[in-house]
Design a binder for this molecule. Structure first.
Ligand code: ZN
Ligand code: MN
Length: 497
C-alpha cells in the first residue's frame, strides 16, 4: 500500500513600498520603536478613511505577471472580519471573490542534475493588509502580552498555489524559486527573519488501498514555519504522521473539517492548534470605504514593459549561450540579479562562459563570503576580471598565474589601490608570468630537473603516476609563466622516450 503526498502553499509576501497599503505611514520593519509608525487609518480609529497605495498595487501586478497570472479588468476590496488584539478594526482589508489576479503557473526545477522541471498552478494572488503583532512573554515570567501595530496595514500579496506539489522537497524548491523571482522583480526584500516572506502549507495524502481505490485523508494546514528548511521538515513530519493516523483511524477527507497545526521548531513536531474556520465564519463583505479598481490593459502593459527578464528565462538563455551545467547556472542565477549581471559582463568580455563560470562561482563567491561583501562592493570589477580571463583564453598566461594576479589585485585593493586593467600587465611583467611558449627554454630546465631527480623519474617510469606532480612543481618554480599542461606533456614525453 502506497500513498501520494499532495501539497499546496499559501505564501504571504510583504511588498517593498515606502508607505503602507491604505495610509501614508512608513512601511519599515521597526521592532525597536513599537507603535511609532501608526495613524488613525491603520489604527482603525472612527472616521478614518483608507486610500489605496497605487505603487503597492503596481508591485502586486508585477508579482502576478511573474507568475503568469491573468489580471482581470475589475477587482475590489473586501473586509475579512475577525477579532484579534493586533487587528484593531476587527477586520482585515483583503480580496475575496474578485482578486486582482488568478490562474497562473510557475515552473520549478525538480531535478537540478537533469534539469527536469514541473509546472505548479497558481490559483490566485491577491492583495491585503497585514495585521500588527502580539508579543507574548514566552518565558512565562511577567505573563504580560504587548501589541505592536507598526506592521498593521503594510501591503501583502498572498499567493495561493494549486495542490500540485508532491513532496516536501518540491515545496522547498518552489519557495526558493519564488524568492529568487521576487528578488529579481524587486517587489520584496524576502527577509524571512523579519517576516517579509511567510508560508503556510496545506497537506494531505492520497492513499492507494489494496483493492485499488484511492482515499484522500483530511487536509491539514501547517503554520508558524519560519524558514524554507522548516517548511520542508514540517511537511516530511506531517506526511508520516498523517499516514500513521490514517492507518489507525481510517479518517478521510469527507466528514472531517480542516485542521490547523503549528510547527514546533525545537521539538520538530506539528501540534494541533484549532479546527480551521470556514470562509463563511469570516463574514466577508465588500469594503464600502474603498472604490473597486478598474485595471486598464495599458496599465498592465506598462508594468510588463518595465519588468526585467525573469530568472527562469535568464537561466535558459545563458545556459544555451554558454553551454553551462544546470548546477553552474543555478549558482549564478540564485545569487541574484546583480551577480548574474556581473557574470554576464565577464562571460561576454572574455568570450568563454565556462571560464567565467569557474571564476565567478568559485573565486569570486569565496572572496565575497570571506569579506562579507555583496557583488557590487567587490573590488575587482567585471571588466578587470574579463581582461584577466581573456589572457587565459588567449594563452598569454596560465590559470595558475591568473590566480596569482587575482590575489595580487585583491591585496592591492585592500591597500587602497583600485584594480584596473593596466595593472594586470604590470603584475605579469613584474612577476614574469607571461606564458612561456618557447619550448626551447623549457626543454633545458626540464632536462636539468629530471637529471637532479632520478629517483622520482624512475618511480614515474615504474607506474607511479602521482610522481609527476613534484616534477611539474619544480619546473613551474623555475619558469613561472610556463603552462602546466605543456610542462606535464613535455615531462611525460621525455620520461617515456
Ligand atoms: Zn497609518
Ligand atoms: Mn492572508
Amino acid at each position: 500500500m502506497g500513498y501520494t503526498t499532495v501539497i499546496g502553499l499559501e505564501v504571504h509576501v510583504q511588498l517593498l513600498t515606502n508607505s503602507k497599503l491604505f495610509c501614508g505611514c512608513v512601511n519599515r520593519f521597526n521592532p525597536d520603536e513599537p507603535n511609532s509608525q501608526t495613524c488613525p487609518v491603520c489604527l482603525g480609529l472612527p472616521g478614518a478613511l483608507p486610500v489605496m497605495n497605487e505603487h503597492a498595487f503596481k508591485l502586486g501586478v508585477k508579482t502576478a505577471l511573474g507568475l503568469s497570472c491573468n489580471i482581470p479588468s475589475f477587482t475590489k476590496w473586501d473586509r475579512k472580519q475577525y477579532y484579534y488584539p493586533d487587528l484593531p478594526k476587527a477586520y482585515q482589508i483583503s480580496q475575496y471573490d474578485l482578486p486582482f489576479s488568478e490562474d497562473g503557473v510557475f515552473e520549478i526545477e525538480t531535478n537540478s542534475e537533469t534539469g527536469e522541471t514541473k509546472k505548479i498552478g497558481i490559483i490566485r494572488a491577491h492583495l491585503e493588509e497585514d495585521a500588527g503583532k502580539n508579543i507574548h512573554d514566552e518565558k512565562g515570567r511577567g505573563n504580560d502580552s504587548q501589541v505592536d501595530l507598526n506592521r498593521c496595514g503594510t501591503p501583502l500579496v498572498e499567493i495561493v498555489t494549486q495542490p500540485d506539489l508532491r513532496s516536501a522537497k518540491d515545496a522547498h524548491i518552489f519557495l526558493e524559486e519564488l524568492r529568487t523571482m521576487l528578488t529579481y522583480l524587486e517587489v520584496s526584500d524576502c527577509n524571512m527573519q523579519e517576516g517579509s516572506l511567510r508560508c503556510d502549507a496545506n497537506i494531505n495524502l492520497h492513499v492507494e488501498t489494496d483493492d485499488g481505490h484511492v482515499i484522500a485523508t483530511p487536509i491539514i494546514e501547517i503554520k508558524n514555519m519560519n524558514s524554507f528548511r522548516a517548511v520542508e521538515i514540517a511537511l516530511e513530519y506531517e506526511e508520516k504522521r498523517q499516514y500513521e493516523v490514517w492507518k489507525k483511524t481510517g479518517n478521510t477527507l469527507e466528514g472531517s473539517s480542516k485542521q490547523t497545526r503549528g510547527w514546533d521548531a525545537n521539538r520538530e513536531i506539528t501540534f494541533a492548534q484549532r479546527e480551521k474556520e470556514d470562509v463563511s465564519d469570516y463574514r466577508y463583505l465588500p469594503d464600502p470605504d474603498l472604490v473597486p479598481v478598474i485595471v486598464e490593459e495599458e496599465f498592465v502593459q506598462s508594468i510588463r514593459d518595465e519588468m526585467c527578464e525573469l530568472p527562469a528565462d535568464r537561466r535558459k538563455r545563458l545556459q544555451a549561450m554558454y553551454q553551462l551545467s544546470n548546477y553552474d547556472i543555478g549558482v549564478v542565477i540564485n545569487q541574484g540579479p546583480e551577480f548574474a549581471n556581473y557574470f554576464e559582463t565577464v562571460a561576454k568580455g572574455c568570450g568563454d562562459g565556462k571560464q567565467a563560470t569557474n571564476w565567478v562561482t568559485q573565486d569570486i563567491l569565496r572572496e565575497m563570503n570571506e569579506r562579507s561583501v555583496g557583488i557590487n562592493e567587490f573590488p575587482i570589477k567585471p571588466p578587470v576580471l574579463a581582461a584577466l580571463l581573456t589572457k587565459i583564453v588567449a594563452k598569454e598566461i596560465s590559470v595558475t598565474s591568473a590566480r596569482e594576479i587575482f590575489n595580487t589585485l585583491l591585496t592591492d585593493a585592500a591597500g587602497g589601490d583600485m584594480p584596473i586593467i593596466e595593472h594586470i600587465d604590470e603584475i605579469i611583467k613584474e612577476k614574469g608570468l607571461a606564458m612561456v611558449s618557447d619550448t626551447g627554454q623549457l626543454d633545458g630546465v626540464i632536462e636539468t630537473i629530471l637529471a637532479n631527480n632520478q629517483k622520482i623519474a624512475d618511480d614515474f617510469r615504474g607506474g607511479k603516476q602521482g610522481a609527476i606532480g613534484p616534477l611539474i612543481g619544480q619546473v613551474m618554480k623555475e619558469v613561472k609563466g610556463a603552462d602546466p599542461k605543456t610542462v606535464r606533456q613535455m615531462i611525460i614525453e621525455k620520461l617515456s622516450s
